[in-house]
Write a protein that binds this ligand. Structure first.
Ligand code: CTP
Length: 210
């Protein structure tokens, strides 16, 4: 049986015990991808951040909770021996330089120094010990295709799934997605505006066919 590694959901970086930096990702697209991989009879290792949807329970799925970028990278490095790796998580780009163990008292304003988190996708794809096929995601609001191409080159993955918003539509935490998939040869396959289930199945079919 083939194995897939997938990162899903949003990561958090805590400022103090009750406050954090994160993003809008719900994990819906990630769960749809897991369903699609199960249909193709894959065993799945899922590194998940925070989810707003219920995970699927199956003996074929191993869930590992990775609340922040550093723990997600650590687990990805341990689980690189897979046939396909899909990096769908919305990783918080920054962590706070000085985490406060005590709750910060409210006062006039607060300045935080933010440090760049490790790039999990790039780090795994740049390593010699890497999965057979690697897939990243790119959410872009302008120059969609150019930005996605740059991301694919920079991160050294085999495919980039491009997501871009429709006029007034916000694709995070929504049942629909919009976009397509780009490969290293520069071929772009547009999927369009479809449900996250259809989007996931089309991505998986496209990757596995190639
Ligand atoms: N990613 C990652 N580790 C990070 C940041 C992003 O693994 N620290 C992965 C995401 O899971 C996704 C891809 O990289 O597959 C692109 O994420 P995105 O947030 O669009 O890209 P960034 O590199 O953060 O670029 P920017 O926000 O500047 O567009």
């Amino acid at each position: 049986m083939k194995t897939a590694l997938i990162t899903i959901g949003s990561t958090r970086e805590y400022i103090d015990p009750v406050r954090y930096i994160s993003n809008e990702s719900s994990g819906k697209q990630g769960i749809s991808l897991i369903k699609g991989l199960l249909k193709k009879n894959y065993k799945i290792i899922c590194l998940h951040g925070y989810l707003k949807v219920k995970p699927i329970i199956s003996r074929k799925i191993k869930y590992i909770f990775t609340p922040n970028a550093k723990s997600m990278l650590q687990e990805a490095k341990k689980n690189y021996k897979v046939d396909i790796a899909i990096f769908n998580a919305a990783v918080s780009d920054f962590y706070v330089k000085s985490f406060s163990k005590n709750k910060i008292k409210s006062k006039k304003g607060l300045t935080l120094q933010l440090i760049n988190n490790p790039d999990i996708l790039k780090s795994i794809c740049s390593s010699q010990k890497k999965p057979l096929i690697t897939v990243g995601f790119a959410y872009e609001t302008n120059n969609y295709l150019d930005n996605a191409k740059k991301k694919l080159e920079n991160k050294k993955c085999d495919f980039i799934v491009l997501n871009y918003p429709l006029k007034n539509d916000f694709i995070f935490n929504n049942n629909f997605n919009n976009g397509g998939i780009l490969d290293k040869q520069g071929n772009y396959y547009e999927i369009g505006n479809v449900s996250k289930t259809v989007f996931a199945n089309k991505i998986i079919k496209h990757i596995l066919e190639i």
